[in-house]
Design a protein. Sequence first.
Length: 291
Amino acid sequence: MTTQDLGVQTQTAFELPPLPKEFGQDDGKFYRSYDAFADEMDDDMVKGLKEQLDGILIFAGLFAGVNSGFLALTLPLMNPDPAHDTNALLRENNAILLQLASGRNDTLPSLAALPSETFEPADKVLSINVLFSVSLTFAIISSFLAVLGRQWLYDYGRQRRGGAESQRWKRLRRFLGTKRWHLAFVLDDFLPSILQFGLIIFCISLTIYLGTLHPILSNVVGAFMGAGLAMLVGTAIGTLWDPFCPFQTPLSRAIAWIIRFCVFYVLEVLMKAWMIFENPHSHYSAMVAEY
C-alpha cells in the first residue's frame, strides 16, 4: 500500500455517510462514524493529558528531592547549636577553677543565661526556610494533583454498563462534563503553573542562601537564574504578537487573559465616560431614578 493510498484512507476514515431519507436506514454507518470520531477525540485528550501528568510526576519527584536536600542544610539553623551551650559552660567552669587555684575568695562567677535560652534565628535564615518549605509544598501538591489527575482520566475512559445507545449518551455527558468543569485547564495549565511557581520560589531561596555563604557565589548564580526567568517571561510575551508562536505556556495564556481583561475594562470605562460626556442629563436622571 502506497503513501497516497494511506492519505486517501485517512481523509475518508471519518467522512460522514450520505444522509438517508429516514434516520436509521443507513445500516449503522452514521453511528460507526460517530463512534470512531468520538474515540479519536477521547484518545487524543486522554493521551495528551497523561503525558503531561507523567512529566509532572517525574519532575516533581526530582525537584522535591533536591529541595529536601537543601532543607536538611537550612532547617538546623533554626535551632540553637548545643555546642554554644557547651562552650559557655566550659568557660564558666574554667573561670571557677582558675579562681580556686589562685586562692581568691571572690564571689564565684555565674552564667546569666545559656545561649540557647536567648537564641532567635536570623531573619534571613527564617526567610530561606520559609521559601524552601513553600517550594517543597508546591512540589508535593503538584504531585498529589497529578496522581488525582491520572485517576480522573482512568475513570473518564472506563466503560459503563448499558447498550450502545446508552454508552453514546454517557460518553457525550462525560465529554461535556470535562468542558463544563475545565478538566483540561486544571491538568494542562493550573497544575504545571503550581510546579513552575514553586521552582521560581526555590531559585529565589537558593540565591538568598548562597548569599549567606559568599556574596560572589550568590551574584553569579542569581545572574543565571535571572536570565532564565527573563527568557521565560520573554517567550511568554512573544506569544502576544504571534498567536501561532510555539512557546505557548500557562504563563503566556495567563498574560494574554490579563491583558484582554484590562483592555476590555478600560474600553468599558471609556465608553461609559463618553456616554456621560455626550448626554450628561440622561445619566443624571438615571442616577436619580436609582435612588
